[in-house]
Design a protein around this ligand. Structure first.
Ligand SMILES: NC(=O)c1ccc[n+]([C@@H]2O[C@H](COP(=O)([O-])OP(=O)(O)OC[C@H]3O[C@@H](n4cnc5c(N)ncnc54)[C@H](OP(=O)(O)O)[C@@H]3O)[C@@H](O)[C@H]2O)c1
Length: 322
């Protein structure tokens, strides 16, 4: 089968189209014929090893010390089940599914095996394979942080980086949970962020949300420009800062903030749960959640797709047709 592989860390050009062995499902696994995958910031980080401050050493331990342990990137995908192992009972051949291998990767290939208990769900029938492929990364991250941050109906939420992959999902989900959403983005993305459900938008190029006197019950930082030291005055009493992107220092300081103030800082990796995929699929089917698609590429154009994501300016999700 065709796959995109990388054998060393580096710029987008380390990615190459290659013929590799087609996987065979084990007894408890399904074999998915991939129709679409995405280029997420997770793929960008695993390829380049550009990491938040303090995480570089850990990242080599995680992804492979001298070279990538998993040569096929791709955190999320959508496709059709081509074969199932003999112990599989939850899925059948022909099911259209989307899946989130997450940190295990492997989406940049014509076929992917996953255990049936893994992060897999039936594709909402009203979504294309491209849309379904983009459901998981931003959606599960936002869901997990809102769960840990105990977001309540009627609360005021600010989302820094509202036009990115995580941000566009977070705006929609916060709105769905009944929060009053403020999105922070640049002027070019104001209309998009409003259309997703933000009641207020702050253009970070002309206004600093930490200086405008407003306070929020929950602040979500997906950009890394709103550490606790900068935005603590913008948190309401019992406010929570959800650090989707932050350095090791933010992670280590989090318990001290909770001990020494009425606020909470919640950081660390988001979990990858099958039930979250099923929940996102249900919302998508009901028309309450839709992944924002930016540019589309073919698998053979993966270098261009990564070059675009490397700019840090994508709007929502970049999808790749396999
Ligand atoms: N903790 C976890 O488990 C977890 C999970 C997923 C992702 N992450 C991390 O979260 C980060 C965000 O991921 P993502 O996929 O959402 O990124 P992304 O899609 O690449 O974000 C791009 C967006 O960020 C906006 N942006 C850039 N600078 C900004 C600024 N100063 N203020 C506000 N918006 C700004 C850009 O809009 P403009 O062009 O308008 O500036 C663009 O739309 C990544 O670093 C990723 O590693 C962490």
């Amino acid at each position: 089968m065709k796959a995109i592989v990388y054998e060393k860390y580096g710029p987008p050009e380390v990615l190459r189209l290659k013929e590799v062995a087609k996987p065979v499902p084990r007894d408890n696994e399904i074999l998915i014929k991939t129709h679409a995958t995405t280029v997420t910031t997770g793929d960008w980080r695993a390829r380049s090893l550009i990491m938040p401050a303090g995480f570089r050493l850990f990242s080599r331990l995680f992804f492979g010390v001298t070279k990538p342990r998993q040569p096929i990137l791709g955190t999320e995908l959508a496709g059709e089940i081509e074969a199932v192992g003999k112990a599989v009972s939850k899925f059948k051949v022909g099911d259209e599914v989307f899946a989130y291998p997450g940190a295990a990767m492997g989406g940049y290939a014509e076929y992917k095996c996953m255990p049936e208990d893994g992060a897999i769900a039936l594709k909402p029938p009203n979504l294309t394979f491209e849309e379904a492929a983009a459901l998981s990364f931003g959606g599960t991250t936002a869901l997990d942080f809102f769960r840990r941050g105990k977001l309540q109906k009627g609360e005021k939420v600010l989302i820094n980086g509202a036009s990115g992959g995580v941000g566009t999902a977070a705006v929609q989900l916060a709105r769905h949970f009944g929060a009053e959403v403020t999105g922070v983005c640049s002027a070019a993305n104001v209309a998009l962020v409003r259309s997703l459900g933000a009641a207020h938008v702050v253009d970070y190029t002309t206004e600093d949300f930490t200086q405008n006197g407003e306070t929020y019950d929950v602040i979500v930082d997906t950009v890394g420009t709103a550490p606790y030291s900068r935005c603590r005055r913008s948190l309401a009493k019992h406010g929570r800062l959800l650090v989707v992107l932050g350095g090791l220092r933010d992670l280590l300081l989090a318990p001290f903030v909770s001990l020494t103030s009425g606020n909470k800082v919640i950081a660390g990796p988001a979990s990858e749960r099958p039930e979250d995929l099923r929940y996102l699929a249900k919302l998508a089917e009901e028309g309450r959640f839709k992944p924002v698609l930016d540019r589309r590429y073919l698998l053979a154009q993966i270098v261009e797709a990564h070059q675009y994501v490397d700019t840090g300016r994508k709007r929502g999700n970049v999808v790749v047709e396999v």
